[in-house]
Design a protein around this ligand. Structure first.
Ligand SMILES: Cc1ncc(COP(=O)(O)O)c(C=O)c1O
Length: 387
């Protein structure tokens, strides 16, 4: 089971981002963690090995990533997976038929699809609620509730959950509190400080930050949950390869440099859009017009680079998507390059149309992932595309 190095914990965020979980290679002194491309490890004698037997169970490159992100989140154990969805699927194997999970209603479309179309077939039951309202969250819990799962801010409507309130409700119901921290990252939000039991990420996004791999990671503090997750990680086997682990690890080294720039670019673009189009059309937690701006200031250290804009109709959305030059029309988010997408037909196409309409994921909604390019170029692009 991968456990952080205790001596890493006392360092500040940037130092942890660069060094945590990594030590110079014992063979050569290589400063960068080697990419251990091996499926198995030679054993010294029957029953004697160096702590590694088979690479589905353990890989040193993967372990470095697991320790690194666990340390950044203020956790103790990390478990890396082959994708964010593979990670969530493995987390859900902590539960059994008959268990009830309360989930935020505006989660990533793939999360809803996994729960609604696959895991219900295995006897898990779900209630999807508007977790902006803590009372609704509390009311949805019952005797069979084993977990509360939230994404905050949500994809793509940038809705927030009061993490401390949700953590308290989970505790009162003896349920695990699971938080998808993909959008905020540990640089801006630390769910363990608000009572989270499990934090997970699509490392594909900000943690990697360079749009060159797919991955996921779960972080926990509790040894007993960690034991179970480690068993599932090895038994189900949705593990990342060493090269993808290394790419994610290289990405986290600059997380503390990239996030302030995503945030600064996001704030500038959101302000301009809000002035031009009207605050009711622009959804960004850093805007004073965001209904949960005060909560955002309370539980986040920054607001990041994700902005959603309602252009009214699909035709107007298509027009903007066709005009952008530096923003690229693509799914995903959190990379150094700016992306723009149409959630209704892309990331949230798997959510049934009536549900999308109920949630407010309209045909006119576009989502911007502001990268770290120079702001004057991004502004010029946004100005000509949204003019
Ligand atoms: C918030 C959030 N969680 C989880 C996922 C799933 O991650 P992956 O695409 O790495 O499987 C995504 C993907 O977009 C996401 O946006």
């Amino acid at each position: 089971m991968t456990r952080i190095f205790d001596e890493d914990v006392s360092n500040s965020f940037g130092t942890r981002a660069i060094h945590a979980g990594q030590r110079p290679d014992l063979l050569s002194g290589a400063i960068m963690t080697p990419i251990y491309t091996t499926s198995t490890y030679v054993q010294d004698a029957l029953g004697e090995n160096k702590g590694y037997e088979y690479a589905r169970g353990k890989n040193p490159t993967r372990e470095a990533l697991e320790r690194n992100v666990a340390t950044l989140e203020g956790g103790v154990h990390g478990f890396a997976f082959s994708s964010g969805m593979g990670c969530l699927d493995s987390i859900m194997k902590l539960f059994k038929a008959g268990d009830h999970i309360v989930c935020g209603e505006n989660v990533y479309g793939g999360t809803f699809r996994l729960f609604d179309r696959i895991l219900t077939n295995f006897g898990l039951t779900f209630t999807f609620v508007d977790t902006r309202d803590s009372q609704k969250l509390a009311d949805a819990c019952g005797p069979k509730t084993k977990a509360i799962l939230v994404e905050t801010p949500t994809n793509p409507l940038m809705r927030l959950t009061d993490l401390s309130a949700a953590g308290e409700i989970a505790r009162q119901n003896n349920a695990l509190f699971i938080v998808d921290n993909t959008f905020a990252t540990p640089f801006f939000q630390l769910p363990f400080e608000h009572g989270a039991d499990i934090i997970y990420h699509s490392t594909t996004k900000y943690l990697n930050g360079h749009s060159d791999m797919i991955g996921g990671i779960a972080i926990v503090r509790d040894d007993a949950i960690a034991e179970q997750l480690q068993f599932i990680q090895n038994a189900s086997g949705a593990v990342p390869g060493p090269f993808d682990s290394w790419l994610a690890l290289r990405g986290t080294k600059t997380l503390h440099l990239r996030m302030p720039r995503h945030d600064a670019n996001g704030r500038s673009i959101a302000s301009w859009l809000s002035e031009k189009m009207g605050p009711e059309k622009v959804i960004y937690p850093g805007l004073e017009s965001h209904p949960q701006h005060e909560l955002a200031k309370r539980q986040m250290r920054g607001f990041g680079g994700m902005i959603s804009v309602d252009l009214g109709t699909k035709a107007r959305a298509a027009e903007v998507l066709g005009k952008v030059r530096i923003f690229s029309l693509a799914e995903s988010l959190g990379g150094v390059e700016s992306l723009i997408s149409h959630p209704a037909s892309m990331t949230h196409a798997s959510v049934p149309p009536d549900r999308r309409a109920y949630l407010g994921i309209t045909e006119g909604l576009v989502r911007l992932s502001c990268g770290v390019e120079d702001i004057e170029d991004l502004m010029a692009d946004v100005e000509q595309a949204f003019a």
